[in-house]
Each structure stands twice: as C-alpha cells, then as structure tokens.
Ligand binder design. Structure first.
Ligand SMILES: C[S@@+](CC[C@H](N)C(=O)[O-])C[C@H]1O[C@@H](n2cnc3c(N)ncnc32)[C@H](O)[C@@H]1O
Length: 216
C-alpha cells in the first residue's frame, strides 16, 4: 500500500482521475490511498486564505509563500514520508523513478502554481521533480502523472493480462513492440502473418525483434 498526500490550491482537479479505471481499482483494492488537501487550509491569513504574494525584486506573476507550504509539510509528514515538490526545474520523472516511488510508503506531493514557489521551500523537501521539458500551469497534472505511473507498478495493481514487464522503458531506452487487434486487414494494412500463426515461439521472437530502441 502506498499513500499519497497531495497539497494543491485546486483539490477538485483530482476528482475525476481518482474515480476511474486502475487508480480507482487500486484504491478499492487497498493498494493506494490518496488524500488531496487544499493548501489554503494552512494559510496564516484566516480571512482571505491567501497563499501567494508578489516576488521580491519585482517581476511578473505571484509566488507561492513558504509559510503555508512548510506548515502543510509539517502537518502531513510521517517518519516514512518522502516529500516531492513538482517543479519544471526538478529531476526528470521517468520509469525508473516511478519504480523507485512504488516501493515508498508515503509520498507528499506539493503542487506549485503561478510563477512557482518561494525558493526556501527546497530546504523542507526531499526532491524536486519535473515530468517533462515543458512548463505547465500548475503541479496538479504532473502530480496525477506521478500517482498514475507509480501506482500501476505496485505489485497486485495490474492483472496478469496487463503486466508492466513488457512495456516501454522497463529496460533503459527500449520501447514496446507494436500491437494489433481485429480486423486482420484495414484499408490494405494487414496484421503481420506471424501474429496470426499461433506459433508462440515465433511470435515471441518477432516481438523481441520489433521492440524499438530509443537513443539514450
Ligand atoms: C507556471 S509553473 C512555474 C514555472 C516557473 N516559473 C519556471 O519557469 O520553471 C507553475 C507550477 O507548475 C508546476 N510545473 C510546471 N511545469 C512542470 C513540469 N514540467 N514538471 C513538474 N511540475 C511543473 C510547478 O509546480 C510550478 O511551480
């Protein structure tokens, strides 16, 4: 069982994804627990629940304040917690990191917004993580990507029929072989004969040969 605590200013963004498909099944099967928290609950400003302020030194946009984020981390942190700040300038999240996270017991995901978070937050976290070389509006979708990719690697979450062992990135730089399903022919595009042969040894060999190699 892995447990995520997500800290965000848009908790409702997580409703859909947690109620569908494998993430729902993982929660029902007690492999996954996700609690989504509104960062504004830790705002020192009880009236306006403010969590951002203009940047020192001037410039565009707002910066998320250090106090509410650190207060949230302090409240949610347990002995076994791993605290992750979503950040475009963090370490790249990849399949190896997803596997590493799948062995953790408790992960706190801090979602930034606006121009990002006060740099002093870094002193209170374990890792800054980036989900790709692009800038998103907030850390919510990156957090969902991390929860999803991590959860499907937890033993027992996927059935045998969709085992992650043959998938892309299980081996560094190696992608998956091509898949086909019915019909056998679509607009002159035929399924390779070998896949229709029933010869499992030959099919295995064909799939090995057709796994794509990615330059690393
Ligand atoms: C608009 S972004 C801030 C971008 C920041 N000013 C920069 O140039 O890197 C707001 C928030 O979205 C999240 N975010 C954006 N892109 C991300 C990415 N590629 N990976 C992880 N988090 C990301 C972070 O939490 C960030 O604090």
């Amino acid at each position: 069982m892995i447990s995520f605590d997500v800290v965000t200013i848009f908790p409702q963004m997580f409703d859909g994804i947690l109620k569908e498909s494998i993430l729902k099944r993982a929660q029902d099967g007690e492999h996954l627990q996700v609690k989504v928290h509104d960062l504004r609950d830790w705002s020192p400003d009880k009236k306006h629940r403010k969590v951002d302020d203009p940047p020192y030194g001037g410039g565009a946009g707002m910066v998320m304040m250090v106090e509410p984020i650190v207060a949230a981390i302090r409240d949610l942190k347990q002995e076994n917690s791993y605290v992750v700040l979503l950040s475009a300038s963090g370490n790249t999240f990849n399949q190896a990191k997803a596997l590493d996270y799948s062995y953790k017991e408790h992960i706190i995901l801090i979602c930034g917004h606006y121009e990002g978070v006060d740099a002093r937050v870094i002193e209170y976290i374990d890792e800054e993580v980036c989900v790709g070389e692009f800038v998103m509006t907030g850390g919510e979708i990156p957090a969902m990507a991390i929860i999803d990719a991590t959860t499907r690697l937890i033993h027992g979450v996927l059935g045998n029929e969709d085992s992650p062992l043959d998938e892309s990135f299980q081996e560094e730089g190696v992608l998956e072989y091509p898949h086909y399903t019915r019909p056998e022919e679509f607009e002159n595009l035929r399924v390779p004969d070998i896949l229709l042969s029933g010869n499992h040894a030959q099919i295995k060999k064909w799939r090995e040969e057709h796994r794509k190699k990615k330059a690393v």
